[in-house]
Each structure stands twice: as C-alpha cells, then as structure tokens.
Design a protein around this ligand. Structure first.
Ligand SMILES: C[S@@+](CC[C@H](N)C(=O)[O-])C[C@H]1O[C@@H](n2cnc3c(N)ncnc32)[C@H](O)[C@@H]1O
Length: 235
C-alpha cells in the first residue's frame, strides 16, 4: 500500500478514523506477513485499542488475542470482538514462547518503561516468531501528539499550554500516559539483545527507501516521525 495513501488518510484521522485505522491495520498486517505467514498463526495485539488490527489479523486467517488495559478504548467501536481481554502489556496472560507474532502499534510511547514492555513481548514469542512494534518519536513534529508542536518547549510546558487553551487536559498526559521516546535508545536496545535479531528498523509511514534515515544520529530523532521495529526471536 502506498505510503502516500496512508499519509492522506492520516490527515483525516480525526474526521474519518475508520478509514485511517482500517488502512493502517491492513498495511501493518501485510508488513508482518512479509516476515511470517499468518494463516493459522497465533498473534497477540498488545494495547490493541478498538481492535482494528485484531480484525485485520483474523481476516488473514490468524487467531488474534487482543490485550488492552482501557475498557473504554476496547469498547470504542461497540462490543469488542472475540478473544479480547482487559489486561496489561507488562503481564500478558500467555505462556513463554506461546505466540508466533507479538504485535504492538503506537503503544510504546504511552508506557513508562518501554524496555520492560519489549521484554514481556519477547517472552511470549516463540523462537522464530516475530515481535512488531511501532511508536511515535518524541522529537518528531508529531511527538507531542495533540500538544504538538509545543512539546519542543518541554512536555510539561506543552501540557500546561494545551490545558490553558482548551480548558481541559490533553488525552495524552505527559509523564503519565505519554513519554518522550527517541529512536537511538530503542535501536540500541533492540540491537544489543542476543535473544532477538532486528530484521527491520525504519520510519513506519515513509517509503521503504527512507530507511537510511534511522542511521543518522540526531537527524533521525527529528525526521523519523514513527519508528517501526521488527525483531525475530532467536532459538
Ligand atoms: C495510541 S493508542 C493505540 C491503540 C492501537 N494500538 C492503535 O494503534 O490504534 C495507545 C494504546 O496503548 C494502550 N496502553 C497504555 N498502556 C498500556 C500497557 N501498559 N499495556 C498495554 N497497552 C497499554 C492504551 O490503553 C491505548 O489503547
């Protein structure tokens, strides 16, 4: 699917979320499928929100467990789909090595300890299986989510500015449900582990040839926007 088409849909994310998240889910599932067949695969979607991704995995023949801590988020598209549970990504209700694909889209920047979440995702993935994570990079123009671009003046400043302007706190509260996560630290973490091999590391929403951006220290923090990491669990 064209990166440009996804980008156009993103521009209308607020007014037409079904279109954007439906497209993103199908595109993400296709990315996973380049590394692991999905027909009959066991998948867990960590922080799966409203279930767009779980639906797309099931449409490709996988069985998908959705784990989401926020009940309102889970029910935001009506009754949650089958195999949806309220749970925390740090304590997945799964045995070691029990899934083929452990998937998480745009969750890492919302947790206090991203390395801990990745640990847990690797734990439940079988050797040969895939861990897929994406997250919004803090120093990108969208890093502050709805408080952007004022996050460049600091997360707390951006939050106070948003609250003054809108008369309410933002949905993503800096230091509570949104954290400043860069490209460098997560790349070092992924590449420093011996239990996974990093099979893709690149900007999520740009064409594939833009992957060189993540090898430019400093600039990558500003330009990547959203980082995709695909890791293969080693035997
Ligand atoms: C920006 S939303 C992304 C939802 C969905 N993955 C998507 O891309 O549409 C971030 C999600 O992370 C979830 N989340 C926050 N902390 C979490 C945790 N400790 N474990 C699992 N999910 C968590 C939130 O409840 C929320 O649904």
């Amino acid at each position: 699917m064209g990166a440009f088409r996804l980008f156009l849909a993103f521009l209308r994310e607020q007014s037409d979320p079904d279109r954007f998240y439906g497209l993103l889910a199908r595109d993400s599932v296709a990315l996973v499928e380049r590394h692991h067949p999905l027909d009959g695969a066991r998948v867990v979607d960590v922080g799966g929100g409203a279930g767009y991704f779980a639906d797309a995995f099931r449409a490709r023949g996988a069985s998908c467990l959705l784990v989401e801590p926020d009940a309102a988020e889970l029910a935001s598209r009506g009754t949650p789909g089958p195999a949806s549970v309220i749970g925390d990504g740090y304590w997945l209700p799964l045995a070691d090595g029990s899934v083929d694909v452990c998937f998480s889209c745009n969750v890492l920047e919302h947790v206090r300890d991203p390395a801990g979440l990745i640990d847990e995702m690797i734990r439940v993935t079988r050797p040969g299986g895939i861990v897929y994570v994406t997250y919004t990079v803090w120093l990108s123009p969208w890093g502050g989510h709805e408080t952007a671009p004022f996050h460049y003046l600091g997360g707390n400043f951006a939050m106070r500015h948003y609250t003054r302007r809108h008369g309410r706190k933002p949905k993503n509260v800096y230091g509570q449900s949104m954290f400043g996560l860069g490209v460098g630290p997560m790349l070092s973490l992924a590449r420093g582990r011996t239990d996974v091999a990093c099979v893709e590391a690149r900007p999520r929403y740009y064409p594939r040839w833009c992957r060189f951006l993540v090898s430019l220290p400093g600039l990558r923090e500003l330009l990547t926007w959203n980082l995709l990491l695909i890791l293969r669990r080693q035997p």
